[in-house]
Design a protein around this ligand. Sequence first.
Ligand code: AVJ
Length: 315
Amino acid sequence: MKIPIGSDDQSTVQNDLAHEIEIGLLAQSAWISPKFLYDPLGSHLFTAITLLPEYYPSTTEKNIFTQYRDQITAAVGIGGTLIDLGAGNCQKAESFFGTLKPSSYLAIDFSAEYLQDAVTKLQGKYPHIDIQGIGMDFSKEIIIPSSINTAKRTFFYPGSSIGNFSNNEAIKLLSQVKSQAKDGGLLIGVDLMKEDSVLMAAYDDPLKVTAAFNLNILRSINSHLGSNFRVEQFRHIVKINHAENMVELYLQALEDLTVSWPANSRVFKRGDLIHTENSHKYTIESIKQLLKNAGFEKTQIWTDPKNYFAVIYAR
Ligand code: AVJ
C-alpha cells in the first residue's frame, strides 16, 4: 500500500512549499519552517536525537507514559480511532495499542516517505487494527479522511511538537483538534521550563547530532527548491529566549556567500543567521491556559519528579 500525500496533487503541494520557502529566504531576517527538518535523513537524525542521553524530553515522556499507562488509559478510554499528529516511526502510539485498544489508527506526518515504512511494518504486526498513514502538512489544516467515521477520536500529539508553534498558531491548531475530536480528546506531551544548562545540553549535544539535524535542513531545502546551499558554509547556533520561554535554533553563515535557486538568489554575510526552529517551553498554568483558549476545558496532567515534562489528556 502506498500512502497518500495530502489531498491535493503532488505538484501543487510542491509549488506551495517552494513558495513558502522563498518567502522565508527572502525575508530581511531569513527563516525556514522547522517542518523542512524532516526529510528522510532528517527524520532519522531526529530519531537519533531522541536516543541521546542529553535529550531529556523523549526519555522523560517515555517514563511518564510507562509509569502512568493505566491512569492515562482510564482517562482516555478504550477503543475508537487513535490519530497521531507527527507520527514519525509510530513507536509512541504503538506503545498504547495494548492498553487503549484502538479499532483504527491514523498516522499523519509531514514526511510521507519515512512514515510509509513504519505504517507498513505496523499493519503486519497488528492485522486487527485498521491502520492508515497519510503524508500531510497538518500545520495548515488537519484533514481527516472520510473513511474515519468513529465518534471517539483520540488525537495523540506527543514530544512537545506543539512547541514549534507560536501561541496563536498553537491555539489555531488545537482548536481544529478540539472540533475534530468529537467524543474523544487530546493526549499531548509538552516540555516544561527549566534551567538553561539542561536546555543547552539537549539542543547542542556533544555528539553534534542536533547540529547535523539542523544543518540538514539546508539539503532538504535544496531538494525542494533546487537551491545550492552548502552545509559546510554554516554552523548550528542555539539561543535561549527568556522573554518568550523558548529555545531558538539558527544556522549562521561562516563566510560571505550567495545562495541561488531557479527563481531568485540571496546574499548572506559572514555571521548572518537563518532562523530554523522555535521550541516553546511551558508551565502547567501556561499550557492549561493555551488548551483552554483552544476550547479544552478539562485537563488531567501527569509529570515526572523533576517537572521536566508533562503529559496531558484534554477534553
Ligand atoms: C520535535 C519540535 C519537539 O523542539 O525539542 C529537537 C525538535 N529540535 N532538537 C524540539 C528538536 C532540536 C523537537 N520537537
